[in-house]
Design a binder for this molecule. Sequence first.
Ligand code: A3P
Length: 307
Amino acid sequence: LTLPAEKNFEGTKSLYLYKGTWVPVSLLRAVDSFQRHFIAQDTDIIVASMPKSGTTWLKALTFSVAKRHIYGPKESPLLTASPHALVPCFEVDLYMKDPQPNLDRAPPPRIFSSHSHFTNLPESIRNSKCKVVYICRNPLDQVVSYFQLVHKFKLHGTPLLSLDECFEKICRGVHVLGPFWDTVLGYWKASLERPDKVLFLKYEDLKEDIISNLKKIAEFLGIPFTEEEEKEGAIEEISRLCSFDNLRNLEVNKNGVLPSGAPNSSFFRKGKVGDWANYLSPSMAENYLKIVEEKLSGSGLTFRTSQ
Ligand code: A3P
């Protein structure tokens, strides 16, 4: 490959800079096929994120809101299937298996997820009426969550880079599907320019007030909760169903495994805001935040790093 390459956190040379994004070698073909071939339908919903930003949570919430007229919370498929099985990821699941998967059989609204930067999404997603719901998380918790995952799996038994070595890379934007600032800024700007197209959510806001964010999601999708639903407690039921403790304790998420081989439990660690402080030194955090703030300066996008 002639693309610029860097070592990933596992210390193997396997991140390639493809259209401005650091893509693991295992995903390159899938990313390319998805970006070239996927044809969106106007009724599609795309859950977009940087990994470890709360994608699992947003998948569960979006699925529950969008399909609530089909399944009530007591019969929700989330009780027996991982949010990742119900809302498959283009890059990691669908186009990894097959460079041109047949996705037409899924009933509308089809709900998929993507880790691609906004500008790299297929034209049909950007130009059709389909909706994009994006979740971003403060960069310190995002990075710690990712680092903990890599540590847990020690993929292929290769020695991991030290936290210092990883941090040096992160500060240059060299991490899986980074740079962080490019992906968040792309969706942030798109949400300001086209608020009917992109809804920009923050993990920390969802933790603080899930009810008003559920209402926001439903309104954005064009299916606001009715007064009757509100009176019946439908929003609270969805928030309970999708809560960290509830999802994590379901049998499927405790012991199930995704077709990709990832244990469902790996998507549920602590689910907190500010856990970074248990892992990063104050100077590491300060340096990284300074870099991110410089990159985002003038955009109006800010983060909360504690609850
Ligand atoms: P932590 O590692 O900080 O605990 P993603 O889904 O994008 O991979 O993000 C995973 C992060 O979201 C993990 O963060 C995980 O614990 C947290 N998470 C998963 N489900 C959640 C939920 N229902 N509510 C809040 N956080 C959740």
